[in-house]
Design a protein around this ligand. Structure first.
Ligand code: F1P
Length: 347
């Protein structure tokens, strides 16, 4: 990774270029709101982007399932910037939602993996995520590259709008540059632990994934990955919403995975963990390295290297993908070709 904000995010094989933002800079500066449209895993990236863009740029953001947006006669017009997120660039619901928005005068900014795909061609401008082809059906590296691209989008927009100081943007960029090494650290130190947790919970009937703030969309994505490749029923939920329903499910047979890495609302997640513990749920926690206090509360824990709270969710994604992968393998599932799923949903 070079100096991302001068236009390029380099790794050994892939590049994310941000010149697409320059092309629609006027629109970015004048848009009254941003609407993000996506499906599935890409929708989870959209949700995290909402949190980042609103926090860093102070622009209102709405996140829409494309399959709802296309049918519900939404209020959309020339003052709106639509961000479309898609791995394949061919998802039919997203494509039609964008065609409708375009007819109403909205500007389309695509965050797409497949170069020259239908959504890329329909977009006025955009960012290619260049994750390379996804070998399996379930979206994994596409998701983490979407997150990197969307965070860079948010930082760049915040710079255009003069909502971010140089020190903060440098901190975020430095932290983003550190992600590959920290992912490697997770792979080096946590893989065996993740495998053994996978074996412990291989026969679970249900799973609950909980997170707050930036970690809420990651909880949703962790649950989706488990469903997609192991066929275990899993739900992701904002941790504080648990009290409003899902807590009724908690007993000694329910594994509850918390994303409990260090951030300014960690105290709140700790109190949610205590609520599950009091009801005998089996606690699995993603914790920051050496956070012995939180890891000692859990039955099982996975350690994530410390990171800025804005960046940490990108790291937390990796063990959740691996956990789903190892549970899927242990259950004898074909994790690359899960039943009933298509790589691109074109109808
Ligand atoms: C969206 C998506 C994927 C999912 C599966 C079906 O696709 O829901 O997230 O893993 O492959 O499609 P896309 O618009 O991001 O290509």
């Amino acid at each position: 990774i070079q100096d991302c904000l001068r236009g390029r995010l380099d790794s050994t094989t892939h590049q994310i270029t941000l010149s697409g933002l320059e092309k629609v800079k006027d629109k970015l500066l004048t848009a009254h709101r941003i609407i993000i449209v996506a499906c599935g895993t890409s929708w989870h990236a959209a949700l995290l982007a909402e949190y980042w863009i609103e926090e860093l740029c102070r622009v209102p953001v709405e996140v829409e399932y494309a399959s709802e947006f296309r049918y519900r006669n939404p209020i959309v017009g020339p003052d709106d910037l639509i961000i479309a997120i898609s791995q394949s660039g061919e998802t039919a619901d997203t494509l039609v939602a964008l065609e409708n928005a375009k007819q109403h005068g909205a500007t389309i900014f695509g965050v797409v993996n497949v170069v020259g795909s239908s959504i890329a061609r329909l977009s006025d401008s955009g960012i290619y995520t260049h994750a390379g082809p996804e070998i399996g059906v379930a979206s994994t590296k596409a998701f983490t590259t979407q997150l990197a691209a969307l965070l860079l989008f948010a930082i760049k927009l915040a710079q255009y709008k003069q909502k971010i100081d140089t020190a903060t943007s440098n901190t975020l960029i430095n932290e983003l540059q550190a992600v590959p090494d920290k992912v490697q650290e997770i792979l080096n130190s946590q893989l065996e632990k993740i495998k053994s947790i996978a074996h412990k919970y291989v026969d679970a009937k249900d799973f609950l994934y909980l997170g707050r703030g930036y970690n809420f969309p990651i909880a949703l994505e962790g649950a989706l990955k488990l469903k997609e490749i192991s066929y275990i029923h899993a739900e992701g939920y904002p941790a504080a919403e648990m009290k409003h329903g899902p807590i009724a499910l908690v007993d000694e047979n329910l594994p509850v995975l918390f994303i409990a890495t260090k951030d300014k609302i960690q105290e709140k997640i700790i109190s949610n963990m205590q609520e599950i513990k009091a009801r005998s749920g089996q606690l699995i926690a993603l914790v920051s390295t050496d956070d012995t206090f939180v890891s000692s509360m859990a039955d099982d824990s996975i350690e994530i290297p410390e990171a800025h709270e804005t960046i940490a969710p990108i790291l937390s994604t990796i063990p959740l993908q691996l956990l789903a992968y190892y549970i899927g393998i242990a259950r004898g599932c074909d994790v690359d070709k899960p039943r009933n799923l298509a790589k691109s949903v074109t109808v």
